[in-house]
Design a protein around this ligand. Structure first.
Ligand SMILES: [Zn+2]
Length: 262
């Protein structure tokens, strides 16, 4: 599932492929990924115009256009962006194709279509982002602590709640909590100041490495590198890793490195 680092990687694909070039053609192969905009309206708004710049907030990618519209992309569970030659055969899950300049085509590819594309003016952008918390890459420590402290429930559910903090998903939340030595079932309200500080530091470190990698990398020294092992052990202490369902997601942690009651 795309998390903040994956969306950063798609931003890079979009930037290299399409920003600053004229959109020659928009080909909607499956209108099921469009929200609040028809294929015709999307074509009219984008064709013969340029994508002028990109922004990201949490898991949202925003592409500004010369016409004053913003194309908003959310990748859901399986979405991604691919840059290819317009003559290359489209894949079955290529839902929208943007032919840009002479020789490039940006493709929104998504198998499960849980989210998709929106076209918004400034008010529409604000409305769609209204319930998003601060971006996990941009949030400073005070803002981070305020967001967490206001939240009831488990640490894990707080970290993946986009209205608390935007950008973290299942892999990042587990990785960050493991590095910070905090149990996912712990309560955000029970953290000490030192805990919150450590959590913020580890979040920033984990995000930096993951953005560089373009994903949450399944490295041998990372929890993420072991969570799907048939017989998973903690890469730090060798203890058998625990798995449970929390906030509806498979949650993995080390009972030794992440002490607690539950
Ligand atoms: Zn451990």
């Amino acid at each position: 599932m795309p998390e903040l680092p994956d969306v950063e990687a798609y931003r890079e694909v979009f930037q290299t492929c399409a920003v600053g070039r004229v959109v020659r053609r928009v080909d909607v192969r499956d209108a099921g990924v469009l929200h609040g905009v028809s294929a015709r309206r999307l074509r009219e708004a984008l064709e013969r115009r340029k994508f002028t710049g990109l922004e990201r907030h949490g898991k949202w990618l925003l592409a500004r256009t010369g016409g004053g519209h913003t194309l908003m992309l959310h990748f859901g569970m399986t979405g991604r962006l691919v840059c290819d030659h317009p003559d290359a055969a489209a894949e079955p899950h290529d839902r929208v194709l943007f032919t840009v300049g002479r020789d490039r085509q940006l493709r929104f590819r998504d198998q499960r279509k849980l989210q998709g594309l929106w076209l918004a003016d400034d008010a529409g952008v604000a409305r769609l982002l209204d319930r998003q918390g601060p971006d996990a890459m941009a949030v400073d420590r005070e803002e981070f602590e305020a967001a967490l402290t206001a939240r009831r429930g488990s640490l894990k559910s707080a970290l993946i709640d986009q209205s608390v903090l935007a950008g973290l998903g299942n892999l990042l939340a587990d990785e960050i909590l493991w590095r910070a030595g905090l149990r996912p079932t712990g309560r955000a309200g029970d953290l000490t100041e030192a805990d919150r500080r450590r959590l913020h530091t580890e979040m920033r470190r984990t995000l930096r490495s993951s953005v560089t990698a373009g994903c949450v990398p399944p490295r041998d020294s990372w929890l993420t590198g072991h969570r799907d092992d048939p017989d998973p052990h903690c890469p730090r202490c060798g203890t058998f890793l625990r798995r449970t369902r929390l906030a509806g997601r498979t949650t993995v942690w080390c009972p030794r490195c992440q002490p607690g009651d539950a």
